[in-house]
Design a protein around this ligand. Sequence first.
Ligand code: GDP
Length: 366
Amino acid sequence: ALQAGIVGLPNVGKSTLFNALSSAKAQAANFPFCTIEPNVGVITVPDERLIALEDLVHPQKVIPTTVEIVDIAGLVKGASKGEGLGNQFLGNIRNTDAIIHVLRCFDDDNVIHVDGVVNPVSDKEVIDTELQLKDLDSVDKKLAKSEKAAKSSGDKEAIRGVEILKAMKAHLESGKNARSFEVSVEDKQKHLNDLALLTIKPVIYVCNVDEKSVVSGNKHTEAVKENVKDEKAEILFVSAQIESEIAVMDSFEDRQVFLEDLGLTQSGVARLIQATYNLLHLSTYFTVGEKEVRAWTITKGFLAPQAAGVIHTDFEKGFIRAEVIKYEDFIKYKSEAACKENGKLNVEGKEYVVQDGDIMNFRFNV
Ligand code: GDP
């Protein structure tokens, strides 16, 4: 499953937010969440299309897709050199597909700040620096190899690789995250993707604010906004403390009244989950049969074999072709057979880019 990791300095509100997410089951019938490990929660992706398909097909089972949220604790200054949980922590980030970066934007003398003063911009830079140092290690290692290869072979691609890596190195050394590095899709695929850089992962900044600031922010959130403006990242104002209060309210009406009093229509938890789906560039395809109707999560732009690989790696390896019906056609004609009769079942090959809502049937060799 796709995974988003919650990061941030100690004491900024990560676990409060994570706990609000995991106890928010009742609150968001829309976003059922369950904790599978102490620091890993799974959210079911709500999808009305599954209900419509169920009504037509009457399968034995309906299986929605999920996204995992991981609370990654333990990052402190020096983590890239092994301080704190150091490398273990960074390894956890390496496995995630996106980052939820929590920044403390509330003043409260009762909650100790690790540096003694509330400053979300410098907090963010502490975390970013650790991740950038780790990325620099990865770039340096590959650069050394690539330079050798370029010299001995004189190969054009190898020389291009060296150019890109040197530019990335300079970018990271200037204190910037890899995600703001300008590079063509092709160069990125050829020369950078294999590095799995930490600071290239998409990010949402969550400003953890006091209850007065959930709607319009405060001086701390303004500073954050200014600081991240080049990253094209989404910034959310959430009060982890309020979220934890909302999460334990039993009645829907009580929660709505509480939210309205704060000037909100939706809880921060719901807003965060939605932002996470968008951030992950998720797309859904379906498999439809009498046994089960199931939603599968892929990244936008996946080709048919990659999409098949989400079900099983053998499907990807032995991929022959895919039969595709558009969701709207299935709803209109009401069955696979009827779609076929009306010319709405397309046979697609290895180069087909799977679209959101496609109903797929894969043919493969085992
Ligand atoms: P973590 O170390 O980042 O996981 O931080 P925690 O979630 O454990 O929170 C650290 C402390 O800050 C706890 O005492 C929380 O109760 C408190 N805290 C978290 N969020 C808020 C908030 O929005 N407002 C206030 N005033 N305190 C908060």
